[in-house]
Every structure is written in C-alpha cells, then in structure tokens.
Design a protein around this ligand. Structure first.
Ligand code: NAI
Length: 251
C-alpha cells in the first residue's frame, strides 16, 4: 500500500505507538507531521525518519488539548507539508489506579487529552478534508474502550467515547470522501504500559496470559492497521473498530 502524495499528521508521535505509526506512514511514501507534547522528541524523531525513509517528515510541539495551539500547528503543517489528508489521533495518557482512589484533576486531564484532544484536532483538520473531498481519520482507541479495564475506569470511558465519536463522524462525512475508523490496541509494549508493570508484576503477567497469542503486542503490530485504513484501498471502509490485540477482544 502506497501513500505517495498524501500528508499525514500523527499526534503523540514521539511515543511508542505513535512513533511506529509515523515510521510506517513515512515508509509508505506519505509526508508526515509528527506532533507531540514533547516537541524536541518529535523533531529529533522527524529528522531520523526523514533520513531513513527519504520522505518529508517534520516535528512540532503540540498539546492536543489546547485548541489555539492546535490551530497554529495545523496552519504551520499546511505551509510546510500541505493540507492534512490523513489524521491519526494517537496522543493519549493513562493512570493506573482504582476508580475509588482516583481524583477529579486526574479525570479532567485524561478526558481533556484522550477525548477532547481527539475532538479538537479532528475539528481543526476537517474543513480542509471536506474542501479537498478526501480524508482518512484514524483514532487510536483501546480494547479498554470496548470491554472495560479495571484500574483504568475513566481511561476506558474516554476510549469508548473515541470509538463512538468515530462512528458518528463517519456517518456525517461518508459522502465527502472521508473515512473515520478506530484501531484498538491491546496491551502494547510502550512507556504507557510500563505503569502496569510498576503497579505489580502479577498484573503485568496476567495481561499477557489473557492474550490468546500469549504475548504483549508491539508498536509494529499496531502500525500496519493504521497504514491500511489510511490507504486508497480502504476507501469503502468507515465507522469501523478494529482490535489489534492478539485475539484479546473478539467481536
Ligand atoms: P506513550 O506514553 O508511549 O506515548 C504517548 C505520547 O503522547 C508521548 O510521546 C506523549 O508525549 C504524547 N502526549 C501525551 N499527552 C499529549 C498531549 N496532550 N498532546 C500531544 N501529545 C501528548 O503511549 P503509547 O502506548 O504509545 O500510546 C499511544 C496511544 O495508544 C494512546 O492513545 C493510548 O491510549 C493507546 N493505547 C496504548 C496501549 C498500550 O498498551 N500501550 C493499549 C491501548 C491503547
């Protein structure tokens, strides 16, 4: 699958899954904008990907939960790389703790980044996609949003929201050349999952045992599903939710 001539924006691009998605999209020939809270890490990775893939790749500091910053960065991407054809809403945060022990500032933060961040960035790129009558929006959800996950109650809620948001937007944009789909990783080996290991080795071991394939996923397991949804070949697929989780969730 080739993405030549397309411009992609990946949020949370400096992290484990976002970096792999960015690498796969650049390898497929897309020009890729890497946006992350950590702008230095995004710019450093962009330089590496430009060297290794030969595609145009640029890094930007962007907090997905601040609409003014998002508008400025989307404007800069349009100037540097062209209008965004492919948006990957990947930025996300989690905090492993029982719901009864969690507090409102934590809920507010998780909702602001995982759900509102997805809404804000999507809104910022949508007019251009409608104008050009082409768009691929891929949200990174989570199996936690499909079946729930203890210790991640508010996080699971935001991921369920991201899935429903994709379905509803897919209906509104279906005649405009725009598809909206969600990829749901299961437990995947990144900094985010480190928290689970820190919460207790028993919980971490139980996670991999629960996966029918008996292993934790890698960012490179997740990225090809995103490349597929971004491709021309996936033009007739919208509003779908695909788990990439070794069989953990089947529905
Ligand atoms: P990670 O923690 O390795 O990377 C997340 C990246 O997002 C970091 O580079 C961070 O700087 C960036 N970020 C955080 N807040 C941001 C904000 N407000 N604006 C812009 N960037 C921000 O996490 P990972 O594992 O790569 O997660 C990526 C996505 O995959 C998240 O949406 C996560 O919920 C989802 N996911 C991860 C799973 C896992 O087991 N690792 C399982 C299921 C879903």
């Amino acid at each position: 699958m080739r993405l030549n001539g397309r411009t992609a924006l990946v949020t949370g691009a400096a992290g484990g899954i976002g970096a792999a998605i960015s690498r796969h999209l650049a390898r497929a020939g897309a020009q890729v904008a890497l946006a992350d809270l950590d702008g230095d890490a995004a710019r450093k990775l962009a330089g590496e990907l430009a060297d290794t893939t030969g595609s145009r790749v640029a890094g930007y500091a962007m907090d997905v939960s601040v609409s003014g910053v998002v508008a400025d960065v989307v404007g800069a991407i349009e100037t540097d790389l062209g209008g965004v054809d492919i948006l990957v809403n990947n930025a996300g945060i989690d905090r492993i703790e029982r719901f009864v022990e969690s507090t409102e500032p934590t809920w507010q933060k998780i909702v602001a980044v995982n759900y509102l961040g997805t809404v804000i960035v999507t809104r910022a790129i949508l007019d251009g996609m409608i104008e050009r009558r082409f768009g691929r929006i891929i949200n990174i959800g989570s199996d936690a949003g499909r079946v729930g996950s203890s210790g991640e109650v508010v996080y699971s809620g935001t991921k369920g929201a991201v899935i429903a948001f994709a379905k509803a937007l897919a209906r509104e944009t279906a005649t405009k050349g725009i598809t909206v789909n969600t990829v749901c990783p299961g437990p995947t080996d990144t900094a985010l999952l480190e928290q689970v290991a820190q919460a207790g080795q028993g919980r971490f071991d139980a996670l991999s045992k629960a996966v029918p394939m008996k292993r934790i996923g890698t960012p490179d397991d997740v990225a090809p599903a995103v490349t597929f949804f971004a491709s021309d070949e996936a033009a007739y697929i919208t509003g779908q939710t695909l788990s990439v989780s070794g069989g953990l969730t089947m529905s």
